[in-house]
Design a protein around this ligand. Structure first.
Ligand code: ADP
Length: 465
C-alpha cells in the first residue's frame, strides 16, 4: 500500500514533467516553424513584386527573359525563378525537377495560378530545409504567363532541431528534478503514514503505550493526532477494565474467604460453644448477603453499561409514590433512630420515570445517607419543581465527603474512606449505578458536601408532558 502510494506519487511527477515538456517542445517547434515560414512568405511576396516589376516591361514587349538575366534576378531575390505558360511549358529559368508534381492531381489549382492574386505554398524536402513557392500571374502578357519564385526557408530545420535539443536537455534536467522532488515528496507523505501504521500495529499487539509521532499540522498529522486520542481513550478503557476485574475479584474473594474460614472452624469443631457458633453463622449470613448485593449490583451495572437494563418510564405522582416508599424507608431508619424530614410542596407536577428504578435510586441514596449518618440525626428529603424538572435532594448530617474524594465517588468501586466504607458494608458500586439510572431516566445528579457537616445528593427528573 505504502509502496503503491509512493510509486504513484513518483510516477505522477515524472508523468507530468514528461507530458508538459513534450507538449512544450511540440508547441515551440510548431511556433518556430510557422513563424519562419510566415516571415519567408512575406519576404518572397515582397521580392516577387519587385521581380514582376523588373520582368513585366520585357514580357509585355513579347520578350522572354534570358536564362542569364533570370539567374541574376534569382540571385538578388535569393531563390529560383522560372516562367511557365498555360500549357505548363517552362518558358525561362530552371525549375526544380519536381515542380509540376503538385498540379498532377489538381489541374484546377494550376489554372488558378493564372488569376491575378499571388499564390504561395510550401514545397517539402526530406533532406534539406523546405522551400516556399510564390507565384505571380502576368495577365497582360500576350499569352498568360506565371512567374514562380522558389526559395528555401533556410535554417528552419536547424533552428527546430537545436530548439528540440535544448528542450531535450531541459527535459532530462526536469526529469531528474522530478525524480528527486517526487521521491522526497512521496517519502514525506508515506513516512508519517508508516509511522501511524506501526503505532497502530504495536497498539493492536498489546502495547497500550504505543503512540505515533506523526502529528504535524497537516491532514496526515491530523490522522496521527486522532489516532493518539483514540489510543489514549482505549488505553484508559483497558486500564479501567483491568482495575474493574481486579476490584471484582478482590470484592468477591473477601466475603468468600471469611465464609470459608468460619464454616471450616465450625465444621472442625473449633467453635464448640453454641453462642460462638451463632456469632459465626450470623457473620456467614452477613457475608453471603454482602456477596448477593455485590453480585446483583454487578449485574445491574453491566446491564446499564451495555444499555440493556430495561427502563419503563411512566407518569409518576411523587407525593403518592413517596408515601408508598415510606415503609421501606422507615425500616432502614429505625436501627439508627434517624428522623426523616420531608419538605414537599403542595403542588408538584408529575414526573416522567420508571418507578422501580426510581425506588432503587432513592434506596441507594437513603442507604448511604443512613450508613454514614450518626445515630439520632436527621435526614431531609426535599422536592422542588423548576421549569422542566423536579429536583429531589437527600441531605444528611454525616461526616461529609472530602474535596479530594468528591470527583471520584461516582466511579465504580470507589470508596472515600476505605476502611470505614468497608465496615459499613458498602460495595462501592451504589453511586455508579445510581448515576447511570438517573441518566437513563433523562435526569442528572450532583452532590454538595462539607466535611463535618453533611452531604446533600440532588437529582432531577423530567416533568411529564
Ligand atoms: P459504598 O457502597 O462504599 O457506599 P457508593 O458508590 O455508594 O459506595 O459510595 C461511594 C463513596 O462515596 C463511599 O465509599 C463514601 O465514601 C462516599 N459517600 C457516598 N454517600 C455518602 C454520604 N451520604 N456521606 C458521606 N460519604 C458518602
Amino acid at each position: 500500500m505504502i509502496r503503491s502510494i509512493f510509486s504513484k506519487i513518483l510516477l505522477s511527477h515524472i508523468g507530468i514533467i514528461l507530458i508538459s515538456t513534450i507538449t512544450l517542445t511540440l508547441f515551440m517547434s510548431y511556433l518556430v516553424r510557422s513563424n519562419a515560414i510566415d516571415t519567408k512568405r512575406q519576404d518572397l511576396l515582397f521580392k516577387g513584386q519587385a521581380v514582376i516589376a523588373l520582368l513585366t516591361p520585357n514580357i509585355l514587349a513579347g520578350n522572354v527573359p534570358s536564362n542569364e538575366s533570370l539567374a541574376r534576378i534569382s540571385e538578388l531575390a535569393g531563390g529560383r525563378i522560372w516562367l511557365i505558360n498555360e500549357n505548363g511549358t517552362v518558358l525561362a529559368g530552371q525549375p526544380p525537377y519536381n515542380w509540376a508534381r503538385r498540379f498532377e492531381e489538381d489541374r484546377q489549382e494550376y489554372a488558378d495560378l493564372f488569376s491575378n492574386s499571388p499564390h504561395s505554398w510550401i514545397r517539402p524536402s526530406y533532406r534539406r530545409d523546405p522551400s516556399i513557392v510564390v507565384t505571380f500571374a502576368i495577365p497582360e502578357a500576350p499569352t498568360p504567363i506565371v512567374v514562380f519564385l522558389d526559395a528555401p526557408i533556410v535554417g528552419v530545420n536547424k533552428t527546430v532541431a537545436s530548439l528540440e535539443r535544448t528542450l531535450l536537455y531541459s527535459l532530462l534536467a526536469s526529469l531528474f528534478t522530478a525524480i528527486i522532488a517526487g521521491f522526497l515528496i512521496a517519502r514525506s507523505l508515506t513516512k508519517p503514514i508508516a509511522n501511524i501504521s506501526q503505532a497502530a500495529k504495536d497498539f493492536a499487539n498489546g502495547n497500550y503505550d504505543s503512540r505515533t509521532t506523526a502529528t504535524a499540522n497537516n491532514e496526515i498529522g491530523g490522522l496521527g493526532r486522532t489516532f493518539n486520542t483514540m489510543a489514549d481513550s482505549l488505553a484508559e478503557i483497558e486500564q479501567n477494565r483491568r482495575n474493574f476485574l481486579a476490584n471484582v475479584s478482590h470484592e468477591l474473594k473477601t466475603p468468600v474467604t471469611s465464609i470459608q474460614a468460619l464454616s471450616e472452624t465450625i465444621l472442625d469443631g473449633l467453635a464448640p460453644k453454641p453462642e460462638q457458633q451463632q456469632r459465626y453463622i450470623a457473620t456467614i449470613l452477613q457475608e453471603s448477603q454482602r456477596l448477593g448485593r455485590l453480585i446483583s449490583d454487578l449485574l445491574d451495572l453491566s446491564q446499564l453499561e451495555a444499555d440493556e437494563l430495561s427502563i419503563v418510564c411512566e407518569k409518576i405522582n411523587l407525593q403518592t409514590w413517596l408515601s408508598t416508599e415510606s415503609d421501606k424507608l422507615e425500616a432502614l431508619l429505625t436501627p439508627k433512630q434517624i428522623a426523616l424530614q420531608k419538605n414537599i410542596p403542595e403542588q408538584l407536577p408529575h414526573v416522567w420515570g420508571d418507578p422501580d428504578r426510581l425506588g432503587q435510586v432513592l434506596t441507594n441514596l437513603m442507604t448511604n445517607a443512613i450508613r454514614y449518618s450518626p445515630e439520632q440525626s436527621i435526614i431531609t428529603i426535599r422536592l422542588l419543581s423548576t421549569k422542566h424538572h423536579v429536583t429531589i435532594s437527600i441531605s444528611d448530617q454525616g461526616p461529609g465527603i472530602s474535596p479530594d474524594d468528591l470527583p471520584y465517588i461516582w466511579d465504580r468501586f470507589y470508596r472515600g474512606d476505605k476502611s470505614r466504607a468497608r465496615t459499613y458494608g458498602g460495595t462501592g458500586l451504589g453511586l455508579a449505578i445510581t448515576k447511570k439510572l438517573v441518566q437513563a431516566m433523562q435526569g442528572d445528579i450532583r452532590v454538595d458536601s462539607q466535611v463535618g457537616k453533611g452531604s446533600t445528593f440532588t437529582f432531577t427528573l423530567p416533568i411529564a408532558k
